[in-house]
Design a binder for this molecule. Structure first.
Ligand code: AMP
Length: 386
């Protein structure tokens, strides 16, 4: 991970927060942190163009905690002062972890909770008591508001994390409904990996004279990752995938497919051929998804086969290999998928298996990324017996 030459103590963070960071692996701020932290402490709205992997979560978590501690906003019960909206459960859990790690190092406790759909709402309703930082997916938050378990009228800081993803997943209407419930005067922080018309729209709606902070850009980020692409006929895809895993001696590999059905199929085939694999996608229960991810992170599972739903939330340090068994529809998703590897200053390799039918689409993706990957032939590789 790229870090700045400055130290964290030049950014305006209080000794309490600096002390809370000891023991965590943050030695120097990343570029997004260097620019975002002072702006947020200053009370400004921020538009951060940054991807998962840039350190953007801590970039808002640190100053928000500081504001929360210093400004001692009056707490009316079930009226959260800090709201973080996220598109997926995986990201909700990840953001909660970053908050919690820092809170653990503080003398004063701050109550943070993540809520998302796919699990029972009752414990979440009860758990809303005294919450100061609420991390939520839009649909579940609306349900909780509907049952009067939580109110948004006292929100001081709103974060929209992965706003582009939020819109891609069709949450525009939910987000609009939530925005209408917020007080007018508040600080708004919006993070997005990409800017497009839809994100522009929400940016205009939410942000007031924002500080625009863009670190690197997508192509620069992508160059950290070595990309390889292989031309493989449709019939040889399965054997070639196994060949790739075996010949590269991959012990932890994330494989992306285009559909839940295909993820199940690929995982099944791998298992039948002695490669420990699990599929994870939107049709699996929340519990199964979290368990699969936990097992994979812990190294108990050699291959995790996922759809694009998971391409952003997954944060695994030192994941060396990602394979696109099937290409994503959008170039943006390709960037997110391959961004799962090559994190935290380690190099990673992203492989794409390209059938002749995929080639035009792969060209479009490369053109968008302004990066060209040589397509390697595989016809002379003997795949018998893999
Ligand atoms: P994010 O972009 O927020 O998803 O963060 C990606 C990863 O970088 C997480 O594992 C963080 O714990 C880690 N990280 C965040 N800030 C720093 C930092 N200043 N130095 C080293 N690692 C960091």
């Amino acid at each position: 991970m790229e870090t700045s030459s400055q130290n964290f103590d030049t950014l305006g963070l209080s000794p309490l927060l600096l002390a809370a960071m000891t023991g965590l692996k943050y030695s120097r701020p990343t570029p997004i942190q260097e620019r975002t932290i002072p702006a947020i402490l200053f009370g400004k709205d921020v538009l951060g163009i940054a991807q998962t992997g840039s350190g953007k979560t801590a970039a808002y978590v640190l100053p928000i905690l500081q504001r929360l501690l210093e400004e001692q906003w009056p707490m009316k019960d079930r009226h959260v002062p800090v709201l973080v909206l996220v598109p997926t459960r995986e990201l909700a859990v990840q953001v909660e972890t970053v908050f919690q790690e820092l809170i653990n190092g503080l003398p004063e406790k701050v109550k943070v909770t993540a809520v998302f759909g796919g699990v029972s709402i009752n414990p979440q309703m009860i758990g809303m008591q005294g919450v100061q930082v609420l991390i939520a997916t839009p649909g579940r938050l609306l349900d909780l508001i509907g049952s009067r378990s939580v109110h948004l009228s006292a929100v001081k800081v709103l974060v929209l994390d992965e706003a582009d993803r939020m819109l891609d997943l069709g949450f525009q209407e939910e987000v609009d409904r939530l925005l209408a419930l917020l007080p007018k005067k508040r600080q708004n922080l919006l993070f997005s990996a990409t800017l497009n018309q839809a994100v522009d729209g929400i940016t205009q709606l939410v942000l007031h004279k924002p500080e625009v902070i863009q670190v690197g850009d997508t192509p620069q980020k992508v160059t950290l990752i070595e990309q390889r692409a292989y031309r493989v006929s449709q019939e040889r895809k399965g054997p070639f995938l196994r060949y790739l895993i075996q010949s590269m001696e991959m012990q932890q590999v994330l494989i992306f497919t285009a559909s839940s059905h295909s993820a199940d199929h690929v995982a099944d085939k791998l298992n039948k051929n002695g490669i420990d694999a699990l599929a994870t996608h939107g049709k699996k229960s929340n519990h199964a998804r979290q368990q699969a991810l936990a097992d994979f992170k812990a190294g108990k599972l050699r291959a995790l086969v996922a759809t694009d739903l998971l391409s952003r939330g997954i944060d695994i340090e030192h994941l060396p290999f990602v394979i696109n068994y099937e290409l994503p529809r959008s170039p943006k998703d390709y960037v997110h998928r391959i961004g799962r590897t090559g994190r935290a200053q380690r190099s990673g390799v992203a492989f794409s298996i390209i059938t002749p039918e995929d080639q035009p689409h792969f060209k479009v993706i490369q053109k968008k990324m302004k990066q060209w990957v040589t397509l390697e032939g595989t016809d002379d590789i003997d795949l018998k017996g893999v």
